[in-house]
Design a protein around this ligand. Structure first.
Ligand SMILES: Nc1ncnc2c1ncn2[C@@H]1O[C@H](COP(=O)(O)OP(=O)(O)O)[C@@H](O)[C@H]1O
Ligand SMILES: [Mg+2]
Length: 250
């Protein structure tokens, strides 16, 4: 569904991605692990064209991003939903308007269809639509804001969802709910997901495929079994950090 071929990206004099090769399989959940500041968010920002590589190519659903014009990029952004690291709801809009926003921007819906879809997406993420619609983001808990963010991402019915640390700062129950959501979307709708997570235990409940980013390259990638059995030192250290608490890794 998404392929990175030898992606290089520098910010100023610092080269963050040094030739990333990565394959995101359709209908599966791919987890990207790596140290904090290692470039995980940078990778997923490239998947929707928010960042451009210095060299290398990115192919999304058969379309090469570097040769895509504005129209093609717009289509890709509809296909690939992005759940930002810090929720990113509009504070001045209530929940109804937050979820309506992308649909009004991108779809031609009748008022009735719009209301139906807002209720449908909020219900999908386990929220009581009639209760939360009139509330503002500041009136919700972090976990509820995260769900609204997911409802807004789902509004455009994407084929891929990119989750940037979706459970960071959430309580275990809400974290587990998000993980189950990711699995349900895959099982019921064939969703392709890319998940960046510092939460190793949670990620092993959600992922099909895993990739380890280290020092600007993917040092290991494979399905859960292959990844867990990897003899790569970085992977082993990362997985084993689970028992003592991941200190150096996020
Ligand atoms: N737009 C930017 N301009 C300059 N530096 C950036 C920018 N985005 C990210 N960086 C730097 O690139 C490195 C990788 O960042 P990031 O991809 O956010 O890491 P991660 O998500 O793995 O924690 C960090 O050192 C960060 O400060
Ligand atoms: Mg990040």
């Amino acid at each position: 569904m998404i392929r990175f071929e030898n992606i290089v990206k520098s910010f100023g004099s610092r080269t963050i991605l040094k030739g990333v090769n990565l394959e995101i399989e359709r209908g599966k959940t791919t987890v990207i692990f790596g140290v904090s500041g290692g470039g995980k968010s940078t990778i997923i920002k490239h998947m929707v064209g928010l960042l451009k590589p210095d060299s290398g190519s990115i192919i999304v659903d058969g379309v090469s991003l570097e040769s895509a014009d504005e129209n093609a990029l717009r289509e890709i952004r509809k296909k690939v939903g992005f759940l930002f690291q810090h929720g990113a709801l509009f504070d001045s809009m209530n929940i109804h308007d937050n979820v309506a926003f992308p649909m009004i921007e991108h779809q031609k819906l009748t008022p009735k269809e719009l209301e139906y879809k807002i209720d449908e997406k909020l219900t999908m993420v386990g929220l009581e639509a009639s209760v939360v619609k009139s509330l503002y983001p500041e009136e919700l808990s972090g976990g509820m804001r995260k769900r609204v963010g997911l409802a807004r991402t789902l509004a455009l019915e994407p084929e891929v969802i990119l989750y940037d640390e979706p459970t960071s700062g959430l309580d275990p129950v809400t974290s587990d709910f998000i993980t189950q959501m990711i699995n349900r979307l895959r099982d019921e709708m064939g969703m392709t997901s890319v998940l960046i997570s510092h939460d190793i235990a949670e990620s092993f409940k959600a992922g099909d495929n895993y990739a380890m980013l280290f020092d600007g390259v993917i040092v290991e990638a494979g399905n859960k079994m292959a990844f867990q059995n990897s003899t790569n030192e970085v992977v082993q250290q990362f997985i084993n950090a689970r028992s003592t608490g991941p200190i150096a890794f996020h």
